[in-house]
Design a protein around this ligand. Structure first.
Ligand SMILES: [Zn+2]
Length: 456
């Protein structure tokens, strides 16, 4: 059966590329008000494409911001249901002068298709739709039930889709979600992401004197809000990189020995990572853990910025009365965001220096997500990936978060198969974003194969 999907994809290469190009020519930048019309055109393109692939009940759903597109095909009784997710919005293109070809004029160079959104996420989302089209063409009908939910706010926070998922659990009921918005670990290496870290993002504000004071008249006696914040934050980690917030490591679940072994086999080179990606003198972090463990399976505490006092040109001898820091804690499996927030609040309260008052504000909180590698859908996806790419599938994690995966877990109670066809050097969000054209076609084959395997 997959031979004929294969043949169908090969026989339609040019048309599939033409369709992807048409999609990529729509500058659906979600953050810019002047592109609002393009957002609607992109949503309409997705709806038409879903209809063309034979999906039913295609709806463009308006929200308080950008529209969602829903569709389904539910005629495989007794078979599982897959909820396919993607996003049609893209990042802005600046610095536009660094693009070698115009960002919204898709251009093929060396087997790569260059355009904003090529990999993130238009090319990848189209693999799902074209897989359905191919399966219908070669076997008359998809081998399982399908729902599609495509959004247009992924690059600006995805609030509308989160609300929609929370309020429409019945409509979206499925056995598993399929998300193709990630990358393969390395070129030619099929990889399934089975773990994402969670995130608690907070603001700490310190208040000292009633107003800014002169350091000549008051320095030595008056509390300094900026220094107090630095003093407080410096206590959150020791010099070895171990977080000092009491209780922070209590619920951390370590990766299984099998998972650790498989990470050790990944083509990860610490020196290359340091030189090419980080570009600093040395790496930091907890002793006793490999870099991948530190990035994928350990919590973090980071300071993203501190604002307060005088930072203009020249000198001004001020004792700042207030200062603010943006901080975050990345969470791993089994850590409860609320418990971590409470632990951080306690820590701040106890360590706030004399003469200072502090306030902690939580801007967002989401738990880590971990998918059981033995789940039938994960297993089917791994087999499909391997069959199409001819190499065993690696199970990896990501240190970041994909909020929609958390929403699916929380509101629908389903895991996600994160099957990405991008490559690490695709340049997402930057100039010269690209998608390997062959990965587009292989992605269609792999998704179709996944539907077949999982529908068996
Ligand atoms: Zn994306």
């Amino acid at each position: 059966m997959s031979i004929s999907v294969d043949a169908y994809v090969s026989g339609n290469r040019q048309r599939f590329l033409d369709e992807l190009n048409a999609f990529l020519r729509i500058p659906s930048i979600s953050t810019l008000p002047e592109n609002r019309g393009d957002i609607d055109r992109a949503a309409a393109f997705v709806a038409a494409s879903l209809r063309g692939a034979g999906l039913e009940n295609v709806e463009i759903i308006s929200t308080s911001k950008h529209p969602l597109v829903y569709a389904d095909w539910l005629h495989a009784p007794g078979k599982p249901t897959v909820l396919c997710y993607g996003h049609y919005d893209v990042q802005p293109v600046d610095p536009v002068e660094e693009w070698r070809s115009p960002p919204f004029e898709p251009t093929l160079r060396d087997g790569n298709l260059y355009a904003r959104g090529a990999a993130d996420d238009k090319g990848q989302l189209l693999t799902h739709i074209k897989a359905v089209e191919a399966l219908r063409a070669v076997r008359g009908a998809p081998p399982l039930n399908l729902k599609f939910l495509i959004e247009g706010e992924e690059e600006v926070g995805g609030e509308s889709v989160a609300r929609f998922v929370a309020e429409n659990a019945g409509k979206l009921r499925a056995d598993v979600a399929l998300v193709s918005d990630t990358s393969m670990y390395a070129d030619g290496m099929p990889s399934l992401c089975i773990g994402l870290r969670g995130l608690v993002y907070m603001e700490v504000e310190a208040f000292g004197a009633a107003k800014d004071l002169h350091s000549g008249n008051y320095g030595g006696a008056a509390p300094n809000a900026v220094f107090a914040l630095v003093e407080l934050l410096s206590k959150a980690k020791n010099r070895r990189g171990v977080i000092q917030i009491p209780g922070i490591y209590d619920d951390v679940e370590p990766p299984s020995p099998a998972e650790k072994e498989s990470w050790a086999r990944l083509p990860f080179h610490e020196k290359e990572f340091l030189k090419r990606e980080v570009g600093a003198k040395a790496l930091t972090g907890e002793p006793g853990y490999t870099v991948l463990e530190r990035i994928w399976a350990r919590p973090t505490f980071e300071v993203h910025g501190i604002a307060g006092g005088f930072t203009g040109a020249g000198a001004k001898t001020v004792i700042p009365s207030r200062a603010t820091a943006k901080v975050s804690i990345r969470l791993v499996a089994k850590q409860d965001p609320d418990k971590v927030i409470t632990a951080f609040r306690d820590f701040v309260r106890k360590k706030t220096p004399k003469g200072i008052r502090t306030e902690v504000r939580v801007l967002s909180a989401s738990p880590a997500v971990l998918v059981n590698p033995g789940h039938p859908a994960t297993d089917a996806a791994a087999k499909a990936f391997e069959a199409v790419f001819g190499k065993p599938t690696a199970f990896i994690r990501s240190g970041g978060s994909v909020p929609i995966v958390g929403d699916f877990a929380r509101h629908l109670g389903i895991p996600a198969v994160m099957m990405g066809f991008g490559l690490p050097d695709d340049g997402l969000h930057g100039p010269n974003e690209k998608f390997r054209l062959e990965n587009f076609y292989q992605g269609i084959r792999a998704v179709a194969r996944f539907f077949e395997e999982y529908g068996q």
